[in-house]
Ligand binder design. Structure first.
Ligand SMILES: Cc1cc2nc3c(=O)[nH]c(=O)nc-3n(C[C@H](O)[C@H](O)[C@H](O)COP(=O)(O)OP(=O)(O)OC[C@H]3O[C@@H](n4cnc5c(N)ncnc54)[C@H](O)[C@@H]3O)c2cc1C
Length: 472
């Protein structure tokens, strides 16, 4: 029998497995994905948001606990547990030393990375390198790892974990950490929660999944049915408008298109539908997935002219390009007359002041619905560029209720030996909204706590630093 069974293979699972092993437990990690696809959504990440009271290696200036908390409070609209949130925030002050010991390396942020150089530490080599470093470290410590091992159910008795089941195989453990992500890759479940719209469309059928295909929510569903306390709205997700040419899964960060605020966004009918200049792009990029999801066919088109080039990070894949608006419309598959009309009305409504994309400037529209509040410049300088965009789901918010010891709850009572970490419990801290780098902060903080708590629950007071490889 294993001391600790960890379900999952991303950042949270790895932090839990390494921490449990460091505390002397024998640890088995069960990753649903094959080795080459290991690492869940964590393999697509780039950074972790960290509090700091003074400049620190790759982090500029300061980002105190209070400011971090206020940022989190704002994006969640107060749907957060302050005690748990502050615990996560405080843990980011020194978690990088532990991460470095596992082989993770950091680098200063690159330009064009959503203005995060003060607040976020970037992983050298991105999330893939981070995940690889953790796997190497876990192996070296003696964590046993099984790939292609999707856990289908657990044996639980009165809130106590007994065993994990991978198909017909039963794997016993003294304790278990669930770190199996959300249900964003489960298209049937997304279809159920998004339903059918007034046009008779099933919007979720047109969604793309930005990350792994392996986060099918099997553990979430199982735990829900087993009577675990849940938190978070299943219909809510972090949803970005991404390049419509992205693959169904694992398009990752290179499918982002960051020029929306520099031009206009139209739907399939060539009509605008929201204020593209409402606020800075980093604060608004995550609303556009849902906005596009509400449009016919769940598709939108970002249109810019030559003036916008050089003012945003160029997408990895070039969009359509044309010398006239009508030609661009044809290339995008839009009705040319409709796009020409929309752009003519927009251009006529632009009141250009002093353009400044780094400030909420005074370039705006007048008498246009919807308005464009900032950065409104006529689209009149060829060549014109257009990108088709679809909703891209990053993660879902439905989670297991948890506490400061990362315990999973049943009927308001913490389980003695079943813990949660990462996205599967993130709804306790992030009821809605998002601020860049908080996902990895939650996974790292709760992963380490869950691993230590699981080791303690399995081994009792003798849990302590690992001396040698200890497998059953
Ligand atoms: C494109 C993209 C970019 C992102 N960038 C950032 C960023 O820069 N910073 C940031 O903080 N956050 C970012 N995020 C969010 C971040 O990825 C998540 O918050 C974080 O990775 C969650 O970690 P996790 O370990 O809980 O889940 P994951 O890393 O998704 O891991 C879940 C694991 O569980 C496994 N699994 C699922 N079901 C089962 C099962 N039944 N049995 C066994 N294993 C199972 C999966 O295979 C996977 O290995 C990004 C997300 C995406 C998609």
């Amino acid at each position: 029998m294993w001391d600790v069974v960890v379900v999952g293979g991303g950042n949270a699972a790895l932090c839990a497995a390494i921490s449990a092993r460091e505390a002397g437990a024998s640890v088995l990690m069960l990753e649903a994905a094959p080795k080459e696809w290991r690492g869940g959504n964590s393999q697509h990440t780039r950074n972790i948001r960290c509090m700091h009271d003074a400049p620190q290696d790759v982090l500029l200036e300061s980002y105190p606990e209070e400011e971090y908390w206020q940022d989190l409070f704002k994006v969640t609209g107060g749907q957060t547990d302050e005690a748990l949130a502050r615990m996560v925030i405080r843990s980011t002050a020194d978690c990088r030393d532990w991460m470095r010991r596992q082989g993770v390396r950091f680098q200063p942020s690159l330009s064009g990375t959503l203005h995060l150089s003060r607040t976020n530490a970037f992983f050298m080599g991105g999330g893939k390198a981070l995940v690889n470093a953790y796997y190497r470290s876990a192996r070296a410590l003696g964590v046993a790892i099984r790939y292609d091992a999707p856990v289908t159910s657990l044996d639980i008795d009165d809130g106590r974990f007994l065993a994990a089941r991978v198909g017909s195989e039963r794997i016993e453990g003294q304790a278990c950490v669930l770190a199996a992500g959300g249900f964003e890759s489960n298209r049937q479940w997304l279809r159920e929660v998004w339903g059918c719209n007034e046009r008779g469309e099933w919007p979720a059928d047109n969604f793309l999944i930005r990350g792994t295909r392996f986060n099918q929510g099997v553990m979430l569903k199982f735990m829900q049915d087993a009577g675990a306390d849940m938190i978070g709205d299943p219909s809510q997700s972090h949803c970005v408008a991404i390049d419509a040419r992205a693959p169904l899964y694992d398009g990752g960060i290179c499918t982002r298109v960051d020029c929306v605020s520099l031009g206009i966004m139209v739907n399939r009918n060539g009509q605008r539908f929201y204020d593209e200049g409402e606020d800075f792009w980093p604060k608004r990029y995550a609303i556009w997935g849902r906005l596009v999801a509400m449009q016919p066919d769940q598709i939108g088109y970002s249109v810019i002219d030559a003036k916008a080039l050089g003012r945003f990070m160029p997408p990895v894949f070039p969009g359509e390009k044309a010398d006239t608006v009508a030609e661009l419309a044809s290339k995008l598959g839009l009705e040319p007359a409709a796009l020409v009309r929309t752009i003519a009305a927009y251009n006529a409504a632009c009141r250009v002041g002093r353009f400044d994309h780094t400030a909420l400037d005074d370039c705006h529209t007048e008498g246009l619905t919807p308005a464009k509040s900032h950065w409104a410049m006529p689209i009149d300088e060829p060549p014109f560029h257009g990108f088709a965009l679809r909703p891209g789901i990053t993660f879902t918010y439905l989670s297991l209720k948890s506490d400061a010891r990362a315990r999973v709850h049943f009927g308001g009572r913490g389980s003695p030996n079943l813990f949660g970490a990462g996205e599967i419990i993130s709804g306790n801290v992030l009821g809605k909204g998002y601020t860049g780098g908080i996902g990895m902060a939650i996974g790292t903080a709760f992963g380490r706590i869950a691993g230590m708590e699981a080791a303690r629950s399995a081994r009792g007071p003798q849990a302590g630093p690992v001396s040698s490889s200890r497998e059953p």
